[in-house]
Ligand binder design. Structure first.
Ligand code: AMP
Ligand code: MG
Length: 345
């Protein structure tokens, strides 16, 4: 009788041990102008959280457009004057950003900073459409082909007034850095969330994939249109809902079209990328948003390790060729359409 009782108890004991072993711990910090949330499973400690947040702060200090003493600001100040040698990190992010500029024929262009500042994105961004004249003169300074890579970690912006903004890519890079650090610290399961730029490490403690919701672009934060089930992946969304203001009843958001100098005007509400590296996912989500559905699908379908979910303003959802394997749409107001159906509209 006693033996049976112990045997019956055993699974319960094992279960509670497992649960205890994989208890999650979360910490938030407001960094890079956004909320950064780290959730660690097993291996969490005060030092590890501190170390991870320090990395975010340190990298932001190198690459922030808003911070006057960042390496990026130094490159920008020396535009048209002289080349500047920077850290390997800053160099790598600028180099990758220009790689995506080439790949998207300039739809993604980090030299968009003069326009970003003119619109006040990142600062006030509170309801002021600039004059057409000022938009045109800042637009003339936007040209990724005028970034010169000269020697080891040395960069030069060819024209005075040119400026780089890494707002569309740096969070992804920094998330990758945090992951690298956590792995070195022996953390195998974690969720790194830098203002919606998400990396999931490993699987859930029960060995199932993590379930990450994709934001409904027309609802308040935390309301999702569907779920991505992933392990060891990054999920990054660019959308009209992230930063915007209204003027005369018209909505102006934070992703700019380098051709017009105005916020991108197409039928997209958001683009989500599911990929291996967050720097790529971050650059690609912004890129595909600017490119639109047709060109965006062509680009993403050429890539083996990345998938995209496009959400249009009329609540249609389109998948890249392998996205159906990781994403499921459940919101009843949204419906899936195929690329062919989309093109035939
Ligand atoms: P994300 O939220 O990652 O899509 O990035 C948007 C941010 O990237 C904006 O807040 C700007 O700082 C910057 N940005 C805006 N338009 C572009 C563009 N066409 N190419 C590159 N970066 C951009
Ligand atoms: Mg981005």
């Amino acid at each position: 009788m006693k033996k049976i009782f112990i045997l019956l108890l055993l699974p319960i004991l094992l279960y509670s041990c497992t649960r205890e072993k994989f208890e999650a711990k979360s910490e938030n910090r407001f960094l890079m102008g956004t909320v950064c949330i780290l959730t660690l499973y097993n291996g969490e400690s005060r030092e590890i959280f501190e170390g991870a947040f320090e990395i975010i702060e340190k990298e932001d200090l190198l690459m922030s457009l808003q911070k006057g003493n960042s390496e990026l600001s130094m490159i920008n100040r020396k535009a048209g004057i002289e080349a500047v040698t920077v850290s390997e990190d800053t160099y790598q992010v600028v180099e990758t950003s220009i790689y995506y500029s080439r790949m998207t024929d300039g739809a993604f262009d980090p030299t968009i900073a003069p326009l970003v500042e003119l619109w006040g994105i990142g600062a006030d961004f509170s309801g002021r459409v600039p004059s057409l004249e000022s938009i045109n003169s800042m637009k003339a300074l936007t040209d990724y082909r005028k970034v010169e890579f000269s020697g080891t970690n040395t960069l030069y912006l060819l024209e005075k007034g040119m400026k780089i903004d890494l707002g569309g890519i740096a969070k992804g890079y920094i998330a990758d850095k945090v992951k690298e650090y956590l792995l070195i610290q022996g953390v195998e399961r974690a969720i790194i969330n830098l203002g919606g730029n998400i990396i999931v490490m490993g699987s859930k403690p029960d060995l199932q994939p993590w379930k990450i919701g994709i934001q409904d672009p027309f609802d308040t934060r935390g309301n999702h249109i569907g779920i991505a089930e992933v392990q060891d992946k990054t999920i990054v969304t660019s959308g009209i809902y992230e930063r915007f203001f209204y003027e005369d009843g018209k909505r102006y958001h934070h992703i700019l079209d380098p051709v017009t100098g105005y916020p991108v005007e197409n039928d997209l509400a958001s683009v989500t990328i599911i990929s291996d590296k967050s720097i790529d996912a971050d650059a690609l989500s912004t890129s595909l948003f600017v490119l639109g559905v047709e060109k965006g699908l062509n680009l993403i379908n050429m890539m083996d390790d990345s998938e995209a979910v496009f959400v249009t303003k009329d609540k249609k959802v389109l998948y890249s060729s392998g996205a159906d394997e990781v994403f499921s749409l459940y919101h009843k107001d949204y419906s899936l359409i195929t690329p062919d159906e989309y093109l035939a509209r």
